[in-house]
Design a protein around this ligand. Structure first.
Ligand code: T46
Length: 137
């Protein structure tokens, strides 16, 4: 599998809750970039790409976002509808995602700076790369 779902610890009491993730531990790569996606209409589908070398971790601190994943051999969907859940993607995973609530925010920690050359946005190229086991580690 080129992705992993992790349920973080929830440290909570009557005053509220706290969850945490640590680079190099929970997130198995050095973080070079953080971005977040918001103000997306319910039902809008974004993504439609894989990455050649980029590792990413995604979580949804509020709202509900569903991530559809395809690593070329297996397809699955991960519902990020609790702040405690993160999904960690290695290179070579095609992703589409949809916002189920308009007040959702999808947060992403990435292993490198933005580089359009790292994107595979064509399905035929993705399939060829899967067959060639091209992906970075
Ligand atoms: C991913 C999913 C979950 C930048 O200038 N810098 C950045 O760091 C990013 C991520 C994007 N951009 C620009 C590139 C495009 O002009 O923002 C615009 C929208 O990017 P994109 O169409 O790639 O957005 P999504 O939502 O399809 O994908 C993004 C990430 O690009 C991608 O890596 O995994 O969120």
């Amino acid at each position: 599998m080129r992705y992993e779902v992790i349920d973080l610890e929830r440290i909570g009491d009557e005053h509220g809750a706290l969850s945490f993730m640590e680079a190099g531990r929970t997130i198995p790569f050095e973080i070079r970039r953080i971005y977040y996606i918001y103000d997306v209409s319910v039902g809008e589908v974004r993504g439609h790409h894989a990455h050649r070398r980029l590792h990413q971790a995604m979580w949804c601190p509020s709202g509900s976002v569903e991530i559809f994943l395809d690593d070329g051999t297996e397809r699955s969907a991960v519902m990020l509808d609790t702040p405690e859940r993160i999904v960690v993607l290695r290179p070579g995973v095609w992703r589409d995602y949809v916002f189920h609530r308009a007040d959702s925010t999808l947060c992403v920690a990435a292993s490198d700076y933005y580089d359009e050359n790292d994107y595979v946005r064509d399905r035929d190229e993705f399939r060829a790369l899967v067959e060639g086991e091209y992906w970075g580690p």
